[in-house]
Design a protein around this ligand. Structure first.
Ligand SMILES: [Zn+2]
Length: 74
């Protein structure tokens, strides 16, 4: 089974969610707009490693973003 990528969610002042994904190979954090995440399009780290987000991981990211928005009261 493939390991799920680890990520954090960042919300900017307009409550736009950015997913911060750490690369397993080099530790560099790639920042991707949550709305542009797709299971078909891997995120390419600057070291060349491709990080694939599974549909499940994207769902988890969306849920996490919704939770943060809720805690902000929006
Ligand atoms: Zn990397």
């Amino acid at each position: 089974m493939k390991q799920q990528p680890s990520f954090d969610i960042d919300l900017d002042k307009h409550y736009k969610a950015t997913v911060v994904i750490a690369c397993d190979a080099c530790g560099h954090e790639s920042r991707v707009d949550l709305t542009s995440l797709s299971p078909d399009v891997p995120i390419r780290c600057r070291c060349g490693t491709q990080i694939g987000m599974t549909p499940h991981a994207i769902l988890r990211a969306q849920q996490q973003a919704a939770k943060i928005r809720q805690s902000y009261g929006v």
